[in-house]
Design a protein around this ligand. Structure first.
Ligand code: BGC
Length: 752
C-alpha cells in the first residue's frame, strides 16, 4: 500500500467510524417515549400479548424480529438466585452461578444507615447485571405486623419511615446498573398463612400511614421501574389485579410509569388482570408440556385468553397498549439502555460490602456487668462478657447449631447458592487463631430437612434427637470454658424464618430456652447470639448479661459476627422492630385478629402497629424499636430547635451535640420522633420522622442536625383522602431509641 492509498484508507475508516458513532448517538438521543411510540407501531397483536406473560419460570419473550431482547428476572432480595430449570423451581445445575449472599433485609434495616442501602443496591445490581438479569425481584418492604410472619427477614421492619428511608437508595443503586428493582409484595402481604387468598380488611388511614409509605417512597423517590403484586386480596380483589391498589393508588395517584409484575401464580382471572392494572404475568402454572398438548405459557390469563378477547373486540387495545408501553419502557431502561456496563459477580468487593453491612447491622441488645455475687461464686470477672478479651481467655466454648448451619440456603424464594458462607464458628476460628482454644459442641439441633431447590431430593430419615443428652454435653463443657458463645435463634426451615408458612410459636424452637437457661447457670460468662430475622421470646434475658442479635448476615456472616464479638467492630445496629416480651404484647395478637378466619383478616390494630401499639398500651417491650447498644457510651447535649413555631411551608431544624464518652470509637443513631399534642383525631404517642447515624472517635463531639417539615406532622385524613397537618402544638422527642428519649422540645405549627 503506498502512502496515498494508506492515507485514503485511514480517512475512509475514520469516516465509517464517524458515521456509525453519529448513527449510534442519533439513536441514543431519541427520547424514551418516542422510542416506545415507534416500536409500538411496529408490533403485531400477537407480539404485544407475548410481551405480557412468562415464557419460562423466570423469563418473558422479547420481539426477536425487531431485536428486542427477552426479560430475565431473578430473586432477590439478598443475592442473585441460582439458575433454575426452564419450567421448574429446581436448580439447573450450572457451575457458574454461585453468588455473593448479602445480609437479609432486616439486617440492612438495622444499620439505620441509608449509605449501607446504597452500597447494597449497587453491589446486588452489579451481580444481577453480570448474570444478565434485567429485573431483580426485590427489595421487600411489607411491614412487620406480627413476629410470626415467616417472611419478616426479607423486609425492613415495622416502621414506615425507616423502611422508606432504606428502600430508596437500594432501588436507586440497583437501577443505576440498568437492572430494574421490583419492589414487593404490593401490598398488605403481612403474613404467610393463607397468603394466596386471604382478604385483608384494613382502614384507609392505616393503609396510607403504615402499609404504603415505603412503596410510595420506592416509586416516587427511588424511581422504581417495577412493582410486584402480592398474593393476598384487598377489598376482595387479588392484589395482583386490584383496581384500588394498582390503578387508583399506584398508577394514578403516584404516577408510577413502570410495570406491575404478578407474584408467581398471583394472577387469577383474565378480565381482572386486563382492567385492574396487571402488566406482566408470571408463575401461573405450567408443566412444561408434559401433561398438556398445548404450550402452557400460552394458556396464561394474559396470553391466549387475552388474545381471544382482543380478536373478538371484547376488550380495548388502549389498555393493551398501556401495558405494552410499560414493558417496552422496562426493556429500554434496562436491556436496551444506552449505557450499561457488564456488572461483576461473586467478587471480593461485593463480599466486603456484605460484610460491612452485616457488621453495621448487628445489634447489641444487652451487655451488662455480671452480678458481683455470681461472678465471685464462679470465680470469674464481673466485667461485661463482650467484647471478648483474648488476653484473659484461654478456652472459648461455642455452642449451638446456628454456629455451623448454612443460613443462605432455605427460607423459600430468597434461598441462595452462595459462593461461600463463613459460619460463625469459622469466623471465630479465623479471628482467634492460636490465641485461645475454640471448642464446639452442638447443644441442640433441628430435624434434618429435604434439600431445597434440588430435583428429586430425598426426604431425610427421621431420627430422634436426644435434646437432654445434647444439653448435658454442652453444659458440662460450659463449666470448663472461660467464655461461652451460644449461637441459636431461628433458621430457614419450614415454620421458622421461611416463606410459605408462619412460625407456629413466638418461642425459640428445638428446646433452646432450656439449653440457654442451663448454660447461663453453668457459666455466667456466656454471650447469647441470636441468628434470626424475627424477634423471639427470651425468658432468660434477665439472667443473661450479653445478648446480640446477629440476623442472617450472608456470605461473610461469621467474620462479621466475630469482628463484633472480639471488639474489632463496635456494634452500632438498632432494632428495626420491637422485641415483645410475649406474643400477646403485639397488637395483632392482643386483638386476636391474626391470622384471620381463613377468608378475611381484619387489621383491627389500624395504625397502632409495633411501638405505636406498645406506647398506646403502655407496655414495656423486652427491647424497644430503635434500641441498640455500643461498647462505648454517647452523651446528648445542647438539644435545641432553630425556631419555636413553623408555618405550613416552613422547616424546623433540631440541633444537638453528641459526644462519644467511652474508650471505643463507635456510631450512634440519633432518632427524632414526633408527638402531636393537639389533634382532632387519635395519633400515636410518637412516630419516627428523622434519624442520623454519626460516627465518633472515642472522646469526639459532633454537631447533629435533624430537619423536618409539615409532612412529618401530617396524618392521613380519611374525610379528604389526603394528608393533613393540623395547626397546634407538637413535640419533638430526640433520643437513642423509641424508649430512650433524651429531650423533648415543643413547637407550634401555624397555618399560613
Ligand atoms: C415469592 C416472590 C418471589 C417469586 C419468584 C414467590 O413465591 O412470593 O417473592 O419473587 O416467588 O421466586
Amino acid at each position: 500500500m503506498n502512502s496515498h492509498t494508506f492515507k485514503f484508507y485511514k480517512l475512509s475508516n475514520l469516516l465509517i467510524f464517524m458515521f456509525f458513532t453519529f448513527a449510534l448517538l442519533a439513536q441514543k438521543s431519541v427520547p424514551l417515549e418516542q422510542r416506545i411510540d415507534e416500536t409500538l407501531k411496529q408490533l403485531t397483536l400477537d407480539e404485544k400479548v407475548a410481551l405480557l406473560h412468562a415464557q419460562s419460570k423466570f423469563s418473558s419473550a422479547g420481539v426477536p424480529r425487531l431485536g428486542i431482547p427477552e426479560n430475565w428476572m431473578s430473586d432477590g432480595p439478598h443475592g442473585i438466585r441460582n439458575e433454575v430449570l426452564w419450567d421448574e423451581w429446581y436448580a439447573a445445575g450450572w457451575t457458574n452461578d454461585s453468588c455473593i449472599a448479602f445480609p437479609a433485609l432486616t439486617c440492612l434495616a438495622a444499620t439505620w444507615n441509608p449509605e449501607m442501602a446504597a452500597l447494597y443496591g449497587n453491589a446486588i445490581g452489579q451481580e444481577a447485571r453480570y448474570r444478565n438479569k434485567n429485573v431483580l425481584l426485590g427489595p421487600g418492604v411489607n411491614i412487620y405486623r406480627t413476629p410470626l410472619n415467616g417472611r419478616n427477614f426479607e423486609y425492613m421492619g415495622e416502621d414506615p419511615y425507616l423502611a422508606a428511608q432504606m428502600v430508596v437508595p437500594y432501588v436507586w443503586n440497583v437501577q443505576k446498573n440498568g437492572v430494574a428493582a421490583c419492589v414487593k409484595h404490593y401490598a398488605l402481604n403481612n403474613q404467610e398463612v393463607d397468603r394466596g387468598h386471604i382478604n385483608v380488611i384494613v382502614d384507609e388511614r392505616a393503609l396510607h400511614e403504615i402499609y404504603l409509605p415505603a412503596f410510595k417512597a420506592a416509586v416516587q423517590q427511588g424511581g422504581a421501574w417495577a412493582i410486584m403484586g402480592a398474593y393476598n386480596q384487598y377489598k376482595n380483589q387479588h392484589a395482583c389485579h386490584n383496581q384500588y391498589l394498582l390503578n387508583d393508588i399506584l398508577k394514578r395517584d403516584w404516577a408510577f410509569d413502570g410495570v406491575v409484575i404478578s407474584d408467581w401464580g398471583g394472577a387469577h382471572n383474565t378480565e381482572q388482570a386486563i382492567i385492574n392494572g396487571l402488566d406482566m404475568e408470571f408463575g401461573s402454572w405450567t408443566d412444561g408440556m408434559r401433561a398438556n398438548k398445548s404450550n402452557a405459557y400460552d394458556l396464561y390469563y394474559l396470553a391466549n385468553p387475552y388474545l381471544e378477547l382482543l380478536r373478538n373486540g371484547k376488550t380495548d387495545v388502549k389498555t393493551l397498549d398501556d401495558k405494552v408501553r410499560r414493558v417496552l419502557r422496562l426493556i429500554f431502561r434496562t436491556n436496551m439502555a444506552d449505557e450499561r456496563h457488564f456488572g461483576s459477580f461473586g467478587t471480593s468487593e461485593h463480599a466486603a460490602v456484605g460484610r460491612k453491612i452485616a457488621e453495621e447491622g448487628i445489634v447489641l441488645l444487652k451487655n451488662t456487668n455480671i452480678n458481683a455475687k455470681i461472678a465471685k461464686t464462679n470465680k470469674t470477672s464481673a466485667l461485661p462478657v463482650l467484647p471478648v478479651d483474648l488476653s484473659s481467655t484461654k478456652t472459648i466454648l461455642v455452642v449451638g447449631e446456628n454456629a455451623v448451619k448454612r443460613m443462605t440456603i432455605g427460607g423459600g424464594s430468597s434461598s441462595l447458592k452462595a459462593k461461600y458462607e463463613i459460619s460463625p464458628l469459622q469466623g471465630i476460628k479465623n479471628r482467634v487463631g492460636n490465641a485461645a482454644e475454640v471448642i464446639y459442641v452442638k447443644g441442640y439441633e433441628s430435624p434434618a430437612t429435604k434439600e431445597p431447590d434440588v430435583k428429586n431430593a430425598k426426604n431425610p430419615d427421621k431420627k430422634n434427637i436426644d435434646y437432654a443428652a445434647l444439653r448435658a454435653e454442652a453444659v458440662a463443657a460450659a463449666r470448663n470454658a472461660d467464655v461461652v458463645l451460644f449461637f441459636g435463634g431461628l433458621n430457614k426451615n419450614e415454620h421458622q424464618d421461611c416463606e410459605g408458612g408462619d412460625r407456629e410459636t413466638y418461642d425459640l424452637p428445638y428446646q433452646q430456652n432450656e439449653l440457654i437457661t442451663e448454660l447461663l447457670k453453668a457459666n455466667p460468662r456466656t454471650a447469647v447470639v441470636m441468628i434470626s430475622g424475627n424477634a423471639v421470646a427470651m425468658p432468660w434475658a434477665k439472667t443473661a448479661s450479653a445478648i446480640l442479635e446477629a440476623w442472617y448476615g450472608g456470605t461473610e456472616t461469621g467474620n462479621a459476627i466475630a469482628a463484633v464479638l472480639f471488639g474489632d467492630v463496635n456494634p452500632s445496629g438498632k432494632l428495626p422492630f420491637s422485641f415483645y416480651e410475649k406474643l400477646t404484647d403485639a397488637a395483632a395478637h392482643s386483638l386476636g385478629d391474626y391470622p384471620g378466619d381463613g377468608t378475611n383478616v381484619e387489621y383491627k390494630d389500624g395504625i397502632f402497629v409495633g411501638y405505636r401499639w406498645l406506647e398506646k398500651q403502655k407496655i414495656a417491650p423486652a427491647f424497644a424499636f430503635g434500641h441498640g447498644l455500643s461498647y462505648t457510651t454517647f452523651r446528648y447535649d445542647k438539644i435545641t430547635a432553630d425556631k419555636t413555631s413553623i408555618s405550613e411551608n416552613d422547616k424546623i431544624t433540631f440541633n444537638l451535640t453528641v459526644t462519644n464518652t467511652g474508650k471505643f470509637d463507635g456510631a450512634e443513631v440519633v432518632q427524632l420522633y414526633i408527638s402531636d399534642k393537639q389533634s382532632s383525631i387519635e395519633r400515636p404517642a410518637k412516630e419516627l420522622k428523622a434519624f442520623k447515624k454519626v460516627f465518633l472517635k472515642a472522646g469526639e463531639t459532633q454537631n447533629v442536625s435533624l430537619t423536618i417539615d409539615k409532612t412529618a406532622l401530617s396524618f392521613y385524613d380519611v374525610t379528604r383522602h389526603d394528608w393533613t397537618a393540623e395547626q397546634g402544638t407538637f413535640e419533638a422527642l430526640i433520643g437513642s431509641s423509641s424508649a430512650d428519649i433524651r429531650a423533648k422540645i415543643s413547637f407550634e405549627l401555624k397555618n399560613n
